[in-house]
Design a protein around this ligand. Structure first.
Ligand code: SF4
Ligand code: SF4
Length: 69
């Protein structure tokens, strides 16, 4: 099963809640800012994602979408 994460990069406010909650420690804040001037969350190793959806659930702005196929 492949898991694909999609971030609405320009809506992210870089709050780090998703980074904190990920059990695989594969989320981080990007070094490059988005249109709002925040460092948005990115996945550093999508292949290691277990699809637990903790990141998507905790995000206050529903920025993360998880697709499994
Ligand atoms: S779905 Fe789970 S393992 Fe994958 S990035 Fe989100 S919190 Fe981490
Ligand atoms: S929880 Fe949502 S708003 Fe906060 S850093 Fe993660 S994706 Fe961005």
């Amino acid at each position: 099963m492949a898991i694909h994460l999609t971030f609405q990069r320009d809506r992210c406010k870089g709050c780090s809640l998703c980074v904190t909650v990920c059990p695989k420690h594969i989320l981080a804040l990007d070094t490059v800012t988005n249109v709002k001037g925040y460092r948005p969350a990115v996945c550093t190793d999508e292949a290691a994602c277990v699809g637990c959806a903790s990141c998507a659930k905790i995000c206050p702005d529903s920025i993360i979408t998880i697709e499994k196929d």
